[in-house]
Design a protein around this ligand. Sequence first.
Ligand SMILES: Cc1cc2nc3c(=O)[nH]c(=O)nc-3n(C[C@H](O)[C@H](O)[C@H](O)COP(=O)(O)OP(=O)(O)OC[C@H]3O[C@@H](n4cnc5c(N)ncnc54)[C@H](O)[C@@H]3O)c2cc1C
Length: 378
Amino acid sequence: MAQNGERVDILIIGGSLAGAAAAFPLARQGVRVRILEKARFPRPKICGEFLSPESFPVLARMGVLDSLRESGAETIERFEAYSPSGSSVKGELPAPVLSISRDVLDHTVLRAAEGAGAAVAFGETVMSFSGSLSRGFEVQTSKRLHHSRFLIGAWGRFSPLDPRIRNGSLEEIPALFGFKKHLEGESSFLQGRVLLHVFDRGYLGLSRIENGLVNLAALTVPDVAREAHHDFDRLLARLRSESAVLDRQLEKLRPLPGPVLVSEPVHLGPRGALAGDVLLAGDAAGVLDPYTGAGMSAALVTGEAAGARLARHLSGEIPRETLPGLWASEYDRVMKNRFLFSRLFRPVFVSRFAARLLHPLASPLAALAVRLTRVGPL
Ligand SMILES: Cc1cc2nc3c(=O)[nH]c(=O)nc-3n(C[C@H](O)[C@H](O)[C@H](O)COP(=O)(O)OP(=O)(O)OC[C@H]3O[C@@H](n4cnc5c(N)ncnc54)[C@H](O)[C@@H]3O)c2cc1C
């Protein structure tokens, strides 16, 4: 028979970037926090692994920014986007970003939360939750029933816990799919730059991460993702045959052994920062287009902010009745325009005509897209 979990002040569903960043300010204040995480870290994750600088102050407060820089992360200052015909858009990023694997990043950030005093239950999948701020919350996992006064949802972009998945409203948004693979070989041509290749109904990014490895991550329509799943080598060969530039760049690189990771459906756009009285953060509250390279920063910034709002409530600064509404309006204030601009520039990256939009004259537009989708502090 499953044991009941000890009652804590705060339960957090999901121990990736948003969950760990939410736990940190609470645990440091001495609040009893437990993170419920279905996976075991370190683990790979589908992502471009391009970490934009809006998250650096959060990582610095968590005490991990320097160690991430020292772990061999690549510093990136330039972007280049190519169409299959070879026309390109190139530019400087508004500020340097870090390129680092999710295996290292997520594990480091979660360890910082643990170091601050948060308890982490790995291998516990949350099956359901119920409750409210006035009654407290019950969370049923694959192993036990947990109780808490507050609940934060940081379960990412696709979870049956998401009320919009349960009521079917996400199905109205066309789903895209991501895939990713690490490559090894001659990667010096990627020093300091991220490369984006737009192809028919999708795009892929190439950047160097720690140990000279290269991350190849893509977002595309279901047919192409299926092709990646069934025969990654064939898909890559097809994309290389369509783009001489990509062909040259991949010439001296080869996939590491192991399967290609293909994501669950990716529904882009805002979802809302609340599920009843549960504060949501990161992708659980809304998914920015991956081309912005701002999803991880949004997760860290909104995660930390959700934790900090709860900490302020616990120290008597914010009354319970106003907490959910305050969180929803603060989240909206910071993220609304990011979603708007991320949506606005989407056709440049995912459409049948995307490749034609990539023209050297579009460089200032691309630079503007990068700037407008940055996430400000919350
Ligand atoms: C193809 C692609 C490329 C991308 N590239 C970039 C990029 O280059 N830069 C960037 O900034 N962003 C990128 N993103 C977006 C980025 O990956 C996300 O925005 C970020 O991971 C969100 O973090 P999160 O903590 O909110 O959620 P996640 O990182 O998804 O974490 C959710 C966590 O919750 C856990 N979980 C889920 N359900 C349960 C449950 N029921 N019980 C317990 N635990 C649960 C999961 O195991 C996971 O660890 C990309 C996305 C895609 C699809």
